[in-house]
Design a protein around this ligand. Structure first.
Ligand code: SF4
Length: 347
């Protein structure tokens, strides 16, 4: 089984309650089933025969996880309970026991993958991936355009379909790999040498999932914050006071410090948000499509964040993803992405 690769997490997490406060879903549902300890105990039970994927409560708990990876990051031994959860989802899918909502959502993405034709607009050495989530937020795409213009760079704009991350988080590994191979082949064919990405989920897919699948990319991948820093843009204004919200993928999965460096380069007056620096305030960003599977849960997660804001209507929350921005804005918070913040400082 896929979960067998996470033996240390199963054996250790099932007896540990140390990171329960970092389970965002557990914090809004007040349920033990939504903590790493009980999920690991349930998966241990799967192996000993006292639990099975026929129990839909168990399977639902696996698909309710926010997958922020905060617990892994802050665990003293870094036991990978997040990787365990993803592996468990792959095992659920292989057993054909995934919830109907998950099956339907995967079918939508499978249809997109079947007909995907990657479009490359423009010419040049630098390409920008306009993934579906980023493309849906016109303010963010406009900000990215402004930043490229300020750097006097005309990127090749790439758009098309799924690159595999949604399949990966839902547990459909063959489809995730097929999507990765298709995208990598298109980049190879077009001779892309540098690919800039805004969506942290896409960045993680390209830099972590693809190597795991054995899919080689022909290009260097940069998160947009890395590219902005490297472009050495002149910023005429400072953003003022902001509350940086550490991104699930960029901080916990990919250990990327470019977002913090960018805020420093912009001269932002950074203020600490919430009660601690450990937990996630991204409303299930790591689960990528939690807002499609459980919109009510994402609304609860956003309310939890709003309750921690000093002045919910005025405080500017600097987030890493369009996913988090969308969820937090629905709760009335003034969330802006790092691209928007940087573009607003151009003058
Ligand atoms: S990840 Fe670490 S802190 Fe969290 S339950 Fe597992 S062993 Fe405990």
């Amino acid at each position: 089984m896929n979960i067998d690769r996470f033996e240390s997490a199963i054996l250790n997490c099932r007896f540990c309650f140390m990171c329960r406060h970092l389970s965002a879903v557990g914090n809004v549902r007040f349920t033990e089933a939504d903590t790493p300890r009980v999920r690991a105990a349930m998966l241990y039970g799967l192996r000993t025969g006292t639990n099975s994927f026929d129990d839909m409560d168990f399977v639902d708990a696996l698909y309710r996880q926010d997958l922020s990876a905060c617990c892994v990051r802050h665990c003293v031994n870094h036991f990978d309970e997040n990787g365990l959860a993803l592996a468990a989802r792959a095992d659920v899918v292989e057993a054909g026991k995934e919830p109907e909502a998950v099956r339907k959502l995967a079918a939508v993405y499978r249809r997109l993958l079947e007909k995907v034709e990657w479009k490359f607009e423009g010419k040049g050495n630098i390409a920008y991936l306009l993934d579906g989530t980023t493309a849906a937020d016109k303010n963010v795409t406009r900000a990215v355009e402004q930043l490229f213009k300020a750097a006097k760079v005309s990127p090749v704009w790439i758009a098309g379909g799924p690159i595999g991350k949604v399949f990966k988080v839902l547990g459909y590994l063959p489809e995730a790999k097929a999507a990765a191979e298709k995208f990598a082949a298109s980049l190879e064919e077009k001779g892309v040498k540098t690919l800039v990405v805004s969506n942290p989920a896409a960045f993680d897919a390209l830099t972590k999932d693809y190597p795991d699948f054995g899919v080689k990319l022909p290009c260097k991948v940069l998160h947009v914050t890395q590219w902005i820093l490297g472009a050495k843009l002149k910023f005429a204004k400072k953003p003022g006071a902001v509350y940086p919200i550490a991104d699930d993928f960029l901080r916990n999965y990919d250990d990327l410090d470019a977002p913090e460096k960018l805020l420093k380069a912009l001269g932002a007056e950074c203020r600490p948000f919430g009660t601690n620096e450990e937990e996630t305030y991204n409303c299930g960003e790591g689960a990528v499509v939690l807002d499609k599977l459980h919109p009510e849960l994402v609304a609860d997660l956003a309310r939890y964040v709003a309750d921690r804001a000093d002045d919910p209507k005025k405080d500017v929350l600097a987030v890493g993803s369009v996913y988090a921005k969308r969820a937090l804005r629905k709760a009335g918070l003034k969330a802006v992405t790092l691209e928007e913040l940087a573009a607003s400082c151009l003058g």
